[in-house]
Write a protein that binds this ligand. Structure first.
Ligand SMILES: [Zn+2]
Length: 440
C-alpha cells in the first residue's frame, strides 16, 4: 500500500536543494516514489487505497546520519563529566569491570531508541561486542554500521586485537546482504593501534568497501606521540602507512595542519565532525570551514554518550553554527543549509550510502523525519533550514520513518516503550559497578 504524507514543507536535500512548500511525499514499502508541491499530487485514482497522513505544516527532512558514536556507552553518560582525567579514572576501569555482551546489547537498544526519537535514522557505531550492537540496531529498525573496535592493549571483549579483527570480519560477512545493517573493523585510534593492526583492519574494511573509522588528531597526547616518535602528524602517519583512503572515516580531526587537510583531500578520506564532544572536553574546534573550502567530505557525529551526552544531531547542528560562526567572527559563515546537508546527505556520502539515504528523492529509501512546527519554539518559520538548525530540538520530532517503516509516531517509539528499554538497562547496570555511582 502506498503512503502519502501531505501538507508538509519537504526539505529534499537533493542536488538542487529543492524545497516543496506545501509539498507531499509518496512512498511504498521501503522506497520513495514521488515528491513535489501539493499541486502535483497524483490524482485520487492513481493513489486509490493509499494511506494519507496530514503533516500539519511540519518540516519533512531526510533521516539524519550520525557519523560517529559509541552506542554501548549509555551507562557512562554523565559519569565523571567534569573530571580532568575521566578516561583513566572512570571509563577504562569501568569498561573492564562492567561491560559485557548483554550490557552492549541493552545499551545499544536504548541508544537506538534515543536516536530515533530525535530523527537520527542512520549511524556509524564503534564499540565492543558489536555483534550485539548489530542485533540491537536491527531489532530497533535502524540503519546502521556496527564498527568492531580494536585496540593494541586489548579491551573488554578481546585481549588480542587480531582476534577482534577476525570477529569484525566475520560480522562484515554475516551482514553483507542485510538491507539496513552492515559492519566494519574500527581501530580505536592512531596511537592506540600498532601499524600491523591498522593495516590488517584497513585491508578488511577496504576489501568489503565498508568504512574504516578511527579516532584521529583528537588528543594532545596523540599529537605529542607522533611528533616525538615519528616527526609527523597522525594524518601524515596514516597516509604514510597507506590507510588513508576512500573508505577512511576519520573521527574528530581537530588538530590539523594545512598539509593534513591536503592529504585528506587527496586521499578521499571523510571526516566525522563532533563539535559537541570536542568543545565539552576543551579539545578545540576542527577547521571545518577550511575542510569544506577544500571540498573534503564532512558529516556530523555526536560521539558517545559519555563524551557528548546527547545522541541527537539537532543539538550538534546548533553547536556547529555557534562555534564556527564565533571562530570566524562572521555571522554569515556556515549557513544553516550547509549544516543541514552535513547532518543528512553529506553524512550519507561519507558512509557510501548516498544512493540509499540522506535525501528525499524518488528511488531512495524512505528514511524521513517529520519535525512539527506547532510548538512554541518553532513559530514562525521563514526558512526551514534555519528553523531546523536554530529553533528545533529533539522534542519537536513528531514522526520518523526508516525504510518506509514508521518507527516514531506522535513523538513516541512505535514498536517498544522507551521505559521498557530504560528499565532493562537499569536492571543490568544495578548488577555491576555502575550501581556504586547511580543516584537514579
Ligand atoms: Zn569517539
Amino acid at each position: 500500500m502506498k503512503t502519502v504524507i501531505i501538507n508538509v514543507i519537504v526539505v529534499t536535500m537533493n542536488e538542487a536543494r529543492e524545497i516543496h512548500n506545501p509539498g507531499f511525499v509518496m512512498f511504498e514499502k521501503d522506497t520513495i516514489l514521488a515528491t513535489g508541491p501539493m499541486k502535483d499530487l497524483p490524482k485520487e485514482e492513481n493513489v486509490s487505497g493509499a494511506h494519507f497522513i496530514d503533516g500539519k505544516n511540519g518540516i519533512l527532512m531526510p533521516g539524519m546520519v550520525n557519523l560517529h558514536t559509541h552506542m554501548g556507552m549509555i551507562p557512562f553518560r554523565g559519569l565523571g563529566d567534569d573530571c580532568k582525567d575521566r578516561l583513566r579514572v572512570f571509563l577504562l576501569p569501568m569498561e573492564n569491570k562492567a561491560m559485557d555482551q548483554e550490557m552492549v546489547y541493552l545499551s545499544t537498544r536504548y541508544a537506538a531508541g534515543e536516536m530515533l526519537l530525535s530523527g537520527v535514522t542512520s549511524v556509524l557505531d564503534m564499540y565492543y561486542y558489536e555483534e550485539e550492537a548489530a542485533k540491537a540496531m536491527d531489532e530497533m529498525g535502524m540503519r546502521g554500521i556496527a564498527g568492531q573496535t580494536v585496540m593494541n592493549e586489548g579491551a573488554c571483549d578481546f585481549s588480542d586485537p587480531f582476534d577482534a579483527i577476525a570477529y569484525g570480519e566475520r560480522l562484515i560477512k554475516k551482514y553483507a546482504a542485510h538491507p539496513r545493517i552492515s559492519a566494519c573493523v574500527a581501530p580505536h585510534g592512531t596511537s592506540t593501534c600498532s601499524k600491523e593492526v591498522l593495516l590488517a583492519a584497513y585491508q578488511a574494511d577496504a576489501s568489503y568497501q565498508v568504512p574504516f573509522t578511527i579516532h584521529t588528531a583528537e588528543m594532545d597526547y596523540e599529537m605529542e606521540y607522533f611528533r616525538k616518535d615519528y616527526g609527523m602528524t597522525p594524518v601524515q602517519y596514516l597516509d604514510s602507512i597507506g590507510v588513508l583512503g576512500e573508505v577512511t572515516v576519520a573521527a574528530h580531526c581537530i588538530h590539523m595542519t594545512e598539509e593534513d587537510l591536503l592529504l585528506l583531500k587527496k586521499s578521499g578520506a571523510k571526516v566525522a565532525h563532533c563539535i559537541g564532544s570536542n568543545t565539552k572536553a576543551a579539545k578545540g574546534v576542527a577547521p571545518v570551514t577550511n575542510m569544506l573550502e577544500k571540498e573534503i567530505p564532512v558529516g556530523l557525529g555526536t560521539d558517545g554518550p559519555a563524551s557528548g551526552n546527547t545522541l541527537d544531531l539537532l543539538t550538534q547542528m546548533k553547536l556547529c553554527a555557534d562555534f564556527h560562526k564565533n571562530e570566524t567572527k562572521d555571522r554569515s559563515a556556515f549557513p544553516a543549509e550547509i549544516i543541514v546537508s552535513l547532518a543528512t546527505i553529506q553524512g550519507a556520502k561519507a558512509l557510501g550510502l548516498d544512493a540509499v539515504t540522506g535525501s528525499i528523492e524518488p528511488g531512495k529509501q524512505a528514511d524521513m523525519v517529520l519535525v512539527e512546527t506547532g510548538s512554541a519554539n518553532m513559530f514562525p518559520v521563514y526558512d526551514p533550514y534555519s528553523a531546523l538548525v536554530y529553533s528545533a530540538n529533539p522534542s519537536n520530532v513528531e514522526a520518523v520513518y526508516v525504510a518506509g517503516e514508521c518507527l516514531v509516531k506522535d513523538k513516541s517509539l512505535v514498536n517498544v516503550e522507551l521505559n521498557e528499554l530504560r528499565d532493562s538497562l537499569i536492571q543490568k547496570m544495578k548488577k555491576t559497578e555502575f550501581r556504586k555511582y547511580m543516584v537514579l
